[in-house]
Design a protein around this ligand. Sequence first.
Ligand SMILES: Nc1ncnc2c1ncn2[C@@H]1O[C@H](COP(=O)(O)OP(=O)(O)OP(=O)(O)O)[C@@H](O)[C@H]1O
Length: 348
Amino acid sequence: MIEIESLSRKWKNFSLDNLSLKVESGEYFVILGPTGAGKTLFLELIAGFHVPDSGRILLDGKDVTDLSPEKHDIAFVYQNYSLFPHMNVKKNLEFGMRMKKIKDPKRVLDTARDLKIEHLLDRNPLTLSGGEQQRVALARALVTNPKILLLDEPLSALDPRTQENAREMLSVLHKKNKLTVLHITHDQTEARIMADRIAVVMDGKLIQVGKPEEIFEKPVEGRVASFVGFENVLKGRVISAEQGLLRIRVGEVVIDAAGDMEVGDQVYAFLRPENIALSKSSTQSSIRNSLQGRVTEAWVLGALVRVKVDCGVPLNVLITRRSAEEMELSPGVQIYARFKASSVHVLR
Ligand SMILES: Nc1ncnc2c1ncn2[C@@H]1O[C@H](COP(=O)(O)OP(=O)(O)OP(=O)(O)O)[C@@H](O)[C@H]1O
């Protein structure tokens, strides 16, 4: 459906380099990356707002690289919604239809019903809440019955509850209208929940494409690992490697990890804070790693507590508030940090 072949474009101090990507028809595809990665520019290239320096864009097999945006037959929802403030909601919707020369008044009402904005049709966009504006922006995009929907951070301006409703609504519309969606976000949770597949973009480059579990469990580069939540990065050297089980020396500490490396390799071991458990005693269990250490800091974050532990290596740990209270955790307390070998993601 959407084929991007070696797309490059340079702006003053920023460039998108050699991006290639295939999005299947009907896929919900998320482009994930930190702020300034070039996600918006990438989406705008696909929509035809800029002409690339090199490379091709094919929509449904048709080369649209040099065609104007109207010929791309794509609907775009902007981060700030960009509703026309001098038109009421109904006229905002009708505008899109006029542009595409669609004359079907029923579509406005049907789309308004789908997006639950029937009661807002006479209102001025400036009087709407953020969530209502977002639904109107989506309605304006969908009223022309596009095959491809491009969403630029569509949920970032909404409060968490409204975000949840909007996510659900987007999923329903995606399935009902058999849309191919390209959704960009810097929010990992959003990407993980919504995507069939994810492309990670950083510094104008496409780093990894895969299913959510591949991106979140098997990131291919350290910067992706850090971005998707592997906060602990331990640099070490492999001292033994047998049947997929590695022993890695990190300073004075030795940890076990699952992976495919060779003895002598210098590696980075990545570990999520939520995959480390704390206990006051070193009880026997199948968990391979149990490092003795001392709590250096602890902050309460609602139902969770973020704990810094010094085990010869510094570790960030996230545990429930209840566990922290049961263990009477506070700076200076002696503790064991425990984690499975399979929780450690090892990269060269
Ligand atoms: N018209 C332009 N001319 C020159 N540079 C630009 C232009 N538009 C954006 N940039 C720069 O390109 C880089 C990528 O911007 P872009 O908006 O695509 O990032 P993003 O990944 O969408 O970030 P965010 O999540 O913050 O929106 C930034 O450094 C930005 O300053």
